[in-house]
Design a protein around this ligand. Sequence first.
Ligand SMILES: Nc1nc2c(ncn2[C@@H]2O[C@H](COP(=O)(O)OP(=O)(O)OP(=O)(O)O)[C@@H](O)[C@H]2O)c(=O)[nH]1
Ligand SMILES: [Mg+2]
Length: 445
Amino acid sequence: MDLGKGLRTALAKLTGRALVDEAAVKEFLRDIQRVLIANDVPVKLVFELSKRIEKRVLGAEAAPGLSLREQVVRAIYDELVALLGEKYEPDLRPRRLVLLGLYGSGKTTTCGKLAQFYKKRGLSVALVCADTDRPAAYAQLQQLSAKCGASFHGIEGEKEAKKILQRHLPLLKEDLVIVDSAGRSGFDEELVKQLKIIVEEVKPQEKILVMSADIGQTAARQAEQFNTAVGLTGVIITKLDGSGKGGGALAACHAAKVPVLYIGRGEKLEDFEPFDSKKFVGRLLGFPDFEALMEKIKEAGVQAEMKEQQMDKLTLGAFYSQLKAARKMGPLSSVFGMMGMSDLPPDMMKTSEQKLKKYEAIIGSMTQHERDNAEVLRKQKGRIERIAKGAGAKPEEVRELLTQFEKMANLVNGFKKNRGLRKKLEKMMGKSGVDMSKLQGMMGG
Ligand SMILES: Nc1nc2c(ncn2[C@@H]2O[C@H](COP(=O)(O)OP(=O)(O)OP(=O)(O)O)[C@@H](O)[C@H]2O)c(=O)[nH]1
Ligand SMILES: [Mg+2]
């Protein structure tokens, strides 16, 4: 499962729970550990992260005024951002860059992406081909420069990078000079020798390692090797669009203290942006920013904590407003938890979302009296058929909804009759009101 999907599923499972208690938090942390490790985040970092979250939300550091649900989400967000590193602010000063890295990591493509990125920000850009190994390298970079409007420099067929650089560099007037270098199947002395010649000639302000996201946590070792050999100023991680291991590569670079400057998210020149861990985590979790995420979590909390007054008699109307709110809230809805389905697998969750739409239509075509007194529906013939017709649904679907509703209502009634259990619960929760949501959790829902 890819990182984003794994995290979103774990989060939806947690926030959809009727009762978020210590056990639920621990289970959530186990889910998160599994997802991160499967996505190649170094195990040591994963355990440190979950320990910090646990301490933060279950220990003395817990922030007052936030529900446990909100605290866990805040903590996981902060920790993921911290795991992946800093935001990069692009430098717009005139300078020279050399791109380096192993075969096929995306160096040449990234030269084009960088050129376009800086051109759009008003800099003039020159691209220089110093890849003297691969015959097609020259034409590839030439095409890219034509696409983004950068000037292009190189000597076709020349086998010595030094000659190319000595001939062209003195003539360049552009603000930004980007030099593409030859790849290699692995890190070795020959590569280092080549790179040293290029660095010697270019005297670049930035030496940037280009790595593909699919190498996962081995990114750390690669970055360290190149760093020792030529001294890196940063890395660019490419192919984050295709690899679930991207999180691993990012986390590994951060742990190795090599900053991630940009990320590539596709083959086109536009599929490129400065690295911003908050934006990255937001995308993984499916929210544009942290505030939007917290908003949803709060709503989910409110939903899951259905008020006691609604317990007096569960009506289809109350049920309906829950469904409506749940639909608005998307995958983090708590209505599943309420219906005792908090452990629903993600694919079932999808179909259920469609079903919710159906249910909404069905309840929408009932009269107020029917919504308040659902028991009349099965008693009087023809009602179910009429409602089904009005909602564009099958009569079985109406019955299915009624069964769901009755299950829920039975739980509520059963609970109300069980005074002993209620007393115990009240004592446990330390307040007079009893949330129906919590009661659901208690009853194994
Ligand atoms: N999906 C995806 N593909 C990418 C990305 N960056 C580069 N590629 C593709 O990866 C392949 C290799 O890219 P190049 O830019 O030629 O890589 P290179 O490091 O210059 O390769 P050599 O010069 O042979 O060492 C090409 O097919 C690119 O289109 C990216 O961010 N996402
Ligand atoms: Mg290349």
